[in-house]
Structures are given as structure tokens and as C-alpha cells.
Design a protein around this ligand. Structure first.
Ligand code: AP5
Length: 215
């Protein structure tokens, strides 16, 4: 069982690679972004509170996201291991994760830093769309659906774009990444858990680099 963090800016490919690990290695994806979007869609009080924050591209409070992760980690074991996707995003979240893993008797095996450059992120984010039914992610040029407007995986025509996937919000999301999340690179380097890979390579090449780390 291997537990890893996928660390990288918006559009680095964390969600894309997490889904491959779920399909190919039976790991469990814990994406705080997906959990928050689900809360928003459900119309819960918390979902209403975070909706505007997310649309501005700012970070939701540590308290909310730590609570979401705690709920998932304590609700059952994952034989294939956990993939933390989009969490932690602050030093306080990293400390909370360490404490949570200790509490449930798990360890963190590696932190995969997906290195990309800001130029590539703009086209990745503005070209992204997702199947609203099964969650499969696509890109206009890098990963289009085989048949236009139809999901390759489940055949749905409910293909969606995210409200925060525009150039202006991306700038704010990048700012949050550099200000709050990039310090985690040094944090995990100092713990000898950081493994950096080229996130600009093709999707399958990136997957192969991650597979070498996960084993
Ligand atoms: P979240 O949903 O986590 O978004 P993000 O971190 O901005 O990351 P993305 O989902 O945008 O990108 P990704 O790296 O998963 O890229 P993907 O694989 O889709 O967070 C959203 C918001 O929620 C935050 O802004 C914040 O408000 C809140 N939030 C979430 N977690 C939080 C936390 N812990 N604390 C506080 N607030 C939190 O790929 C992008 C596109 O590129 C796709 O179209 C894909 O097909 C394509 N692509 C992927 N890989 C490649 C490749 N190798 N080559 C070419 N194209 C590729």
C-alpha cells in the first residue's frame, strides 16, 4: 500500500494522473477540489459558503478542507493506498495531514511534485472539459473525446467546463499556489519525501514516471 501526494499548480495534471492510478492500481483518490464541488452541487450550507471563494480562485479555509480529509481517512482503509490530490495546500494542512495519518496508523510514502511552466497551464485550463456523469477529464487538443460531444468512458453527452477555468481566475489560483502551496516543496524536500517529475511530458509519459515512484 502506497500513500502519495500529487503536488502541482492548477492544470499540472494531478486529477488526470490520479484517475489513472485509481483505474490501474486500485488506489483511492482524495481530491479536496472534487469534494468541495460536490458540496457546492448538493446545496449544503458549507457548499454555499465555499462557492464564491472557489469562483474567485482563492483558498477555502484550512478548517473546512482538513475536516473533509479527516472524514474520508477515518471512514475506512484503502488497500491500494491513498492519492492526495490538491491537498495539502498550506503548511497548516501539511501538519494536519501528518497528524491525521499518525492517528490512523498510516504513513506518507512520497510527494510527487509535477513540474510545469505557467505558459502551458493557461492552455491546459482553458481547454479543459469534464464528463459531468463519470468525471472523466478531457482537453480540446491533448485529450479530446473520440466522438465530438460524447464521453469515451460512459457515453454521456453531459460534458462540462468548470466555473473557475478562465484566464482571470487562473491568475488568482496561481498566485495562491505560489504564495501558500509552493512552500510545501521545501517542507517535503527537508523530510526527504519529495520526488520531482516533468509534468510537461505527454500524459502516458508522466504516468510512467509516477508508476516508477509508486511501484
Ligand atoms: P482543485 O479542483 O484542486 O483545482 P486545482 O488545484 O486548481 O487543480 P486542477 O483541478 O485545476 O488541475 P489538475 O492539476 O488536476 O489538472 P488536470 O489533471 O485536470 O481546486 C479548485 C478550488 O477548490 C481551489 O481553487 C480552491 O478554491 C479550492 N480548494 C481545493 N482544495 C483546497 C485545499 N486543500 N485548500 C483550500 N482550498 C482548496 O489537467 C488539466 C487539463 O490539462 C486537462 O484538460 C487535462 O486533460 C490536460 N492535461 C493533463 N495532463 C496533461 C499532459 N501531460 N499533457 C497535456 N495535457 C494534459
Amino acid at each position: 500500500m502506497t500513500n502519495i501526494i500529487l503536488l502541482g499548480p492548477p492544470g499540472a495534471g494531478k486529477g488526470t494522473q490520479a484517475r489513472k492510478l485509481v483505474d490501474e492500481k486500485g488506489m483511492i483518490q482524495l481530491s479536496t477540489g472534487d469534494m468541495l464541488r460536490e458540496a457546492k452541487a448538493s446545496g449544503s450550507e458549507m457548499g454555499k459558503r465555499v462557492a464564491a471563494v472557489m469562483e474567485r480562485g482563492e483558498l477555502v479555509t484550512d478548517e473546512i478542507v482538513i475536516g473533509l480529509i479527516e472524514e474520508k481517512l477515518t471512514s475506512g482503509a484503502a488497500s491500494g493506498g491513498f492519492i492526495f490530490d490538491g491537498f495539502p495546500r498550506t503548511l497548516a494542512q501539511a501538519d494536519a495531514l501528518r497528524e491525521l495519518l499518525d492517528r490512523v496508523g498510516l504513513s506518507l510514502d512520497a510527494v510527487v511534485e509535477m513540474r510545469v511552466d505557467d505558459e502551458a497551464l493557461v492552455s491546459r485550463i482553458t481547454g479543459r472539459y469534464t464528463c459531468g456523469d463519470c468525471g472523466e477529464g478531457y482537453h480540446e487538443t491533448a485529450k479530446p473525446t473520440a466522438k465530438e460531444g460524447v464521453c469515451d468512458v460512459c457515453g454521456s453527452t453531459n460534458l462540462k467546463r468548470r466555473a473557475d477555468d478562465n484566464e482571470e481566475t487562473l491568475r488568482q489560483r496561481l498566485m495562491e499556489y505560489y504564495k501558500n502551496t509552493s512552500p510545501l516543496i521545501g517542507y517535503y524536500y527537508a523530510k526527504d519525501q519529495l520526488r520531482s517529475i516533468d509534468g510537461l511530458a505527454e500524459i502516458d509519459t508522466v504516468a510512467a514516471s509516477i508508476a516508477e515512484i509508486v511501484g
